[in-house]
Every structure is written in C-alpha cells, then in structure tokens.
Design a protein around this ligand. Sequence first.
Ligand SMILES: [Zn+2]
Length: 167
Amino acid sequence: MAVLPIQVFPTRVLKQRAKRIKNIDGPVQKLVRDMLETMHAVPGRVGLAAPQVGVPLRVIVIGIPEEEDIVLINPEIVRRKGERVIDEGCLSLPGFFANITRSEVVTVKGLDQNGKEVRIKAEGLLAQALEHEIDHLNGTLYIDHLDSIEKLQKVAPPETKPKADGG
Ligand SMILES: [Zn+2]
C-alpha cells in the first residue's frame, strides 16, 4: 500500500469528468487500498475521490470517524431530499472553507471493491461526504456551488481560534 500525493486546485484532473470502471481488476483494487491508506494518513478527512490522487476513475472512499470505511465504485446519487446550508472544505483546496447548500438525505448506489452492488441512504456528515466526493468524479469542486468566490473563507490558524472549551 502507499500514501498517494493529494492533487491541489487548479490541477486539471480535478476539473475532468472521471471514467466509469468496467472491470474491478487488480490495479483498481490496489487503487482502492492506496486511497484508503491516503485518506487515513490525513487528519480530519472524511473522504477521498480518485481524481484527488491524480486518477480520473469513478472511485470514492469515505471514512467517517467511528464508522466502517465505505468504498464505492461508479457511485451515483439516485435520490436527494431536502436542503441545508453547511460548512464545507476540501483536501484539494487547503486552508479554505465555505457555507454551501447540500441535501439533507441522499440515496447512492454503486459497487464495492468486490463488485457487489451497494445502496446507501445517508444523512448528516455521510450525506455531505457522498455528495462532495461524487461531485469530484464529475469535475465539480465545492467552490463551484458558490455564487461568488468572495464567499470562500480562510481557515483561521488553530492558535487564533476562540477556545470555546476554556482550554
Ligand atoms: Zn474534496
């Protein structure tokens, strides 16, 4: 396994539509393992899409803390419900975040790394991560959902953040 370098905006691969996977062969399974290792190597990560490691293929991995990792090949959002405005950032746009509108509930179908069909109905952080990572496969970054780039905010360095916990 290997930790792969994360592609940072404005690299071209992040703006491309990724290709569907026809056969889940050895190289695809290796890509999945490397993506999982790469995701776990970055603190605060909840997901990663193959274009973010420079591979224009439709593979995403999701790692919500305290939950089992999810691997999805050729994922598709089949249903979205509701709207909410939430903070969002991206490993490929380090140092920034923005408030964007996402769905409350999404239903996603795809294949796992063994080619088995999976269908996931998600809300909360998992729904957000699924929409964010599937956007990556379509060459869409969260900043593309902003009506103005001025809505992009800089992440404050940790030492200047107010300490709500009194520590
Ligand atoms: Zn991202």
